[in-house]
Design a protein around this ligand. Structure first.
Ligand code: GLU
Length: 418
């Protein structure tokens, strides 16, 4: 298949095993593995020194049965058609799990954004936007931030799209700066949503969070806000890692301080109020909660065997390989998994709120956003937990089952065209 890749293999195995468990029509399962549309574009960009380099960009629209396509844009060297397709597929089920009326998409450019100046990044973003312009739009496909992109990148996309259309089109992207029609709480949403799940899981497991410790792999937007919300619940964050290194403090790190340090120094390496540790050890430390919030595929069989946590809350998309998942299935009594399409669905949930607010030109306060986010995450967690308990499925299969059932039910209602 065109989109074969490691993450697509993991996603395909998951769709197949869940379909078999649900006794689903194999043709329906097969359909769910074929994206509706996959675009590959060339993105030439003039560097500041006058030379021109050409990058490859993608937008994969997986399924819009439940509503317009929705999903992030990733600027990262590992981006390729297979990875983007797998991520688009996960978005379809993620949106269904939280019950927002949106489909699944993902996009990106294979590049290292840290190597670009601000002006270069702007040119790259604007050219990419014009290459995909006929395939996105407020009612069609709405991109958002993901790894390597941020509210500023969304602002450039919004501006480019609006310039081409001749009028301001706020609804073409979410995750915008608040001044430009972004939503309160969008930046924090993925991390917060993850912790609302952790709180629900702790209640289910009868664990007192104020006695718990955590480690976080990947100290970007998701990792930071997950950590801040864990701190608010009394959890001590013992370890953090990012691409520059990893730090550990047995008494707990102060995340406001680590954030300040990272913004000043470009990474966590060298943070003075902690000891440096091997970044490879962050996932397997002895902490009650482990949050992978970096790239996919980091928990293989070996890492899964060595995990020592009670709760694994997946902030990243696809952090567990097929082989890693097999180990986790055997360790279900020891490790409670909050799978990615549930744990990190807070981001797209507040993206949905942003889209709704933009459509109505009526904006909500931070409390309203957070209360609504909490209610949606709690409901999604409850639905999946019930499926896990009542139908005797592991949490990952249960989350896929909830998502896949909703999508296939809608597919049946709409029928096959023509
Ligand atoms: N990129 C995020 C995700 O993987 C958010 C997507 C969105 O807000 O549309 O869920």
């Amino acid at each position: 298949m065109e989109w074969d890749s490691e993450l697509f293999r993991v996603t395909r195995n998951l769709v197949h095993s869940t379909a078999a468990r649900l006794d689903m029509d194999p043709n329906a399962a097969h359909r769910l593995l074929q994206p509706d549309r996959a675009l590959i574009v060339s993105v030439p960009v003039r560097r500041d020194d006058g030379t021109v380099e050409t990058y490859t960009g993608y937008r994969v629209q997986h399924n819009d049965t439940r509503g317009p396509f929705k999903g992030g844009l990733r600027f990262h060297p590992d981006v390729d058609l297979g990875e983007v397709t797998a991520l688009a597929t996960l978005m379809t089920f993620k949106c269904a799990v939280v019950g927002v009326p949106l489909g699944g998409a993902k996009g990106g450019i294979a590049c290292d954004p840290s190597q670009f100046s601000r002006a270069e990044l702007q040119r790259l973003t604007r050219r990419f936007t014009t290459e995909i312009i006929n395939f996105i739009g407020p009612d069609v496909d709405i991109p958002a931030p993901d790894m390597g992109t941020n509210p500023q990148v969304m602002a450039w996309i919004m501006d480019t799209y609006s310039q081409m259309k001749g009028h301001a089109c706020n609804g073409v992207v979410t995750g915008k700066p608040i001044e430009l029609g972004g939503s309160q709480g969008r930046l924090q949403a993925t991390g917060r949503g993850l912790v609302y799940c952790v709180v629900a899981a702790a209640k289910h497991l009868k664990i007192d969070l104020s006695q718990c410790t955590a480690s976080i792999q990947g100290y970007g937007n998701v990792g930071h806000w997950a950590g801040r919300e864990l701190e608010r619940n009394g959890v001590k964050i013992l370890a953090l890692s990012d691409v520059t290194g990893a730090v550990y403090n047995a008494d707990g790190l102060d995340l406001k301080e680590t954030r300040k340090y990272v913004l000043k120094h470009g990474g966590i390496k060298g943070y003075p109020k902690a000891e440096a540790i091997d970044p490879n050890d962050v996932l397997t430390l002895e902490t009650d909660i482990v949050v992978p919030a970096a790239i996919g595929g980091v928990i293989d069989a070996e890492v899964a065997k060595n995990l020592k946590c009670r709760i694994l809350a997946e902030g990243a998309n696809g952090p567990v390989t097929t082989e890693g998942n097999e180990v986790l299935l055997k360790r279900q009594d020891e490790i409670f998994v909050i799978p990615d399409i549930l744990a990190n669905a807070g981001g797209v949930t507040v993206s949905y709120f942003e889209w709704v607010q933009g459509t109505q030109n009526f904006f909500w306060g931070a409390k309203e956003v957070n209360d609504k986010l909490r209610a949606i995450m709690q409901k999604a967690f409850k639905d999946i937990l019930q499926t896990h308990v009542n139908e005797n499925m592991d949490m990952r299969t249960a989350s896929m089952a909830v998502g896949m059932r909703k999508v296939t039910d809608t597919m049946k209602l709409r029928g096959l065209f023509p």
